[in-house]
Design a protein around this ligand. Structure first.
Ligand code: PHE
Length: 369
């Protein structure tokens, strides 16, 4: 660039000619209007308003013009640059607003979507049900006892007056473990916990034992090779069948509601004498044998009663085998299926729903108790 030159004709200086300045301004304004996002606007700014833009170069030419021409050109270029800067600022505001609006839409949070795709589930009804049963007895001052599911044959059978040749051994289809001469089984009932308790404690004894048991049953809607029982054992002086009946009536009422009591039917178990089957008043028809429409009750099939479990006065031979003085103490025992009890309580038709681990089942029944 040269110094001031009085002979210089500004109209001849292409960069600052009205047509050039106008063209540069219009090109800039068109580019600004066309910029679709902030990124593009940034490029437009450096191209049309940056140091090397036509209008910046024109601005630099002005200094070399004679005073009169300089004024005119200065106004022209200044106005053009002003218009471009104003348009840039306006477009910037517009695009920023658009950008924000787009982010709001794109990043919008749908608060109605499920928050957790891995449902947490609930405690299993067998767990909560077993606890409920235990609580009913703990409230009467009983204790909860436990035993192993892999059990000595002697405790599962012999101690309970079921010697090797006792025909009643076949009442419980047993899973034996190998080698057979270890005499170890998967316990077929919770009754070995009776034996374990009597062997390790001195009377009075009041224990309840919920737990898993195993039998070689088919797996269907009412059977399973693994199921749950709850055992009760009371050993004290002067225990009679009346105590047993009162305890089971209380248990039934706590589980199923007022008016649901029990009846005994004579039965046989080697470990109790006398023995009984316990039935519950049908909690659907409440013993009336018919439903509201007068049809035969489907739950008890018109019996008015539902089978619940087995019970009896502990056979003195069992007391003796387990080191309890049978001349001083007597006792009662009972055992029933927890799964069956829960099926009644929740109106379940298929036992298998209790074992299949479907979280929808657990959430529906698990936390209720
Ligand atoms: N153990 C018996 C069974 O599983 C039930 C029972 C327990 C019967 C205690 C009497 C006394 O069939």
């Amino acid at each position: 660039m040269s110094g001031p030159n009085t002979d210089y004709d500004p109209v001849e200086v292409a960069a600052v000619s009205p047509a050039e300045v106008e063209a540069a301004r219009d090109a800039a304004l068109a580019a600004i209007a066309a910029a679709a996002d902030l990124e593009q606007l940034k490029a437009v700014r450096s191209e049309h308003a940056g140091d090397r833009s036509p209008l910046a170069l024109a601005n630099r030419e002005i200094g070399a013009l004679p005073p009169q021409a300089r004024k005119e050109a200065g106004q022209r270029v200044g106005q053009a640059r002003g218009a471009v800067n104003k348009a840039l600022a306006a477009r910037q505001v517009e695009l920023e607003a658009e950008n924000e609006a787009r982010i709001l839409v794109e990043e919008a949070v749908d608060v109605t979507l499920p928050t957790d795709r891995d449902p947490v589930g609930a405690r299993h009804p067998l767990t909560t049900g077993s606890e409920l049963i235990a609580d009913i007895f703990v409230a009467m001052g009983w204790e909860v006892a436990e035993g192993p599911v892999i059990e000595a044959e002697w405790l599962n059978f012999d101690a309970l007056n079921l010697g090797p040749d006792h025909p009643a051994r076949t009442m419980q289809d047993t899973f034996w473990t190998e080698p057979a001469d270890n005499h170890v089984v998967l316990r077929t009932h919770t009754s070995p916990v009776q034996a374990r308790t009597m062997l390790t404690r001195t009377p009075p004894i009041y224990v309840v034992c919920p737990g898993r048991v195993f039998r070689t049953d088919e797996y269907d809607a009412t059977h399973s090779p693994m199921f749950h029982q709850v055992e009760g054992l009371a050993i004290d002086e002067g225990i009679s069948m009346a105590h047993l009946k009162g305890t089971l009536d209380h248990f039934a009422t706590q589980m199923f509601g007022e008016g649901i009591t029990t009846r005994f039917r004579p039965s046989y178990f080697p470990f109790t004498e006398p023995s009984a089957e316990v039935d519950l008043v049908c909690f659907v028809c409440r013993g009336s044998q018919v439903n509201d429409e007068g049809e035969t009750c489907r739950t008890c099939r018109g019996e008015g009663w539902i089978e619940w479990g087995g019970c009896g006065i502990v056979n003195p031979r069992v007391l003796q085998a387990c080191g309890v003085d049978s001349s001083r103490y007597s006792g009662f025992a009972f055992g029933m299926g927890i799964d069956r009890t829960l099926m009644f309580r929740h109106g379940l038709e298929d036992l298998r729903t209790l074992f299949e681990g479907d979280v929808r089942f657990t959430t529906a029944f698990g936390s209720e108790l």
